[in-house]
Structure formats: structure tokens, C-alpha cells
Design a protein around this ligand. Sequence first.
Ligand code: COA
Length: 120
Amino acid sequence: MKIACGTDIIEIERIKNSIERIGKKFLNTIFTDKEIEYCESHQNNKYQHYAARFAAKEAVYKALNKVSNVGHVNWKDYEIINNVYGKPEIIILDESIESMDISISHCKEYAIANVVILYK
Ligand SMILES: CC(C)(COP(=O)(O)OP(=O)(O)OC[C@H]1O[C@@H](n2cnc3c(N)ncnc32)[C@H](O)[C@@H]1OP(=O)(O)O)[C@@H](O)C(=O)NCCC(=O)NCCS
């Protein structure tokens, strides 16, 4: 078994500006319907949740770069879904990946995500 990790930090303001400027086109390029639904259900700080998912996807991408048999991936090839306890999980279909885990944190200015992948 091999291990790969990825991390990303992002300014919330950057994502907020993109959403306000480009709107639905930006959202629908980056996020799945379920991710949008989750973020929109947190109206008070929805940009923190969007930014966290953006960072999560960058972190997954960095980790996947080490998993050589996973080819090119797009933003919506995987999604971040919170389980019943609120813990985020990555949903991705790839046979070479044995297990993956993600952790997310965000505050007023920044969002950060860390990903660990176990693969064959
Ligand atoms: C869940 C908790 C850790 C979140 O921490 P926070 O400082 O409020 O918020 P953060 O910005 O750091 O983290 C938010 C992210 O935590 C993640 N999260 C939420 N519940 C989680 C859980 N049960 N397990 C793992 N991650 C969780 C989510 O990804 C969330 O972001 P999202 O809603 O955009 O997906 C916190 O609310 C909590 O319950 N703390 C209790 C700690 C405690 O009891 N400590 C004493 C014993 S160690």
C-alpha cells in the first residue's frame, strides 16, 4: 500500500469575488449539485463553505498527482459530502484508491483542507 497527501489553503475573498463576478457558471464548473446545495444551506457563511470545498478539491488534485494510474481529473469527478456527524468525506470512483480521508477548517479569511490517500 502507498500513501499520498495533499493540502491547500485559500482566501475566502477570492472565491467570494469569483462567485459574485461569474455567478452560476463558476459554481457549476467547480461544484456538484450536492456541494452547492450544502453551501447554499449555510447562508450566513456560505463563502467559507464554498472556499473550503475549493481548497478540498485542490488538495485532492495534489494528492492524486502522486497516484500515477489515475489520469486527468476534472473538478466534478469527485465530490465532498458531509456525513451525518458533519465530517466531510470524498466521493470518488477509482479502483486504484483503497481509502481516502479529508479534513477541512475555515475562519473569516481562510479555508484549508488536508487529504490523505491510500492506494495500490
Ligand atoms: C466539529 C468541530 C470540530 C468544527 O470545528 P470549528 O472550529 O467549529 O470549525 P472549523 O472551521 O475548524 O471546521 C469546520 C469543518 O469541520 C468539519 N467537521 C464538522 N463536523 C465534523 C466532525 N464531526 N468530524 C470531522 N470534521 C467535522 C466540516 O468539514 C466543517 O466544514 P464544512 O461544514 O464546510 O464541511 C467543532 O464544532 C466541535 O464540535 N468541536 C468540539 C471539540 C471538542 O469537543 N473538543 C474537546 C475534546 S477533543
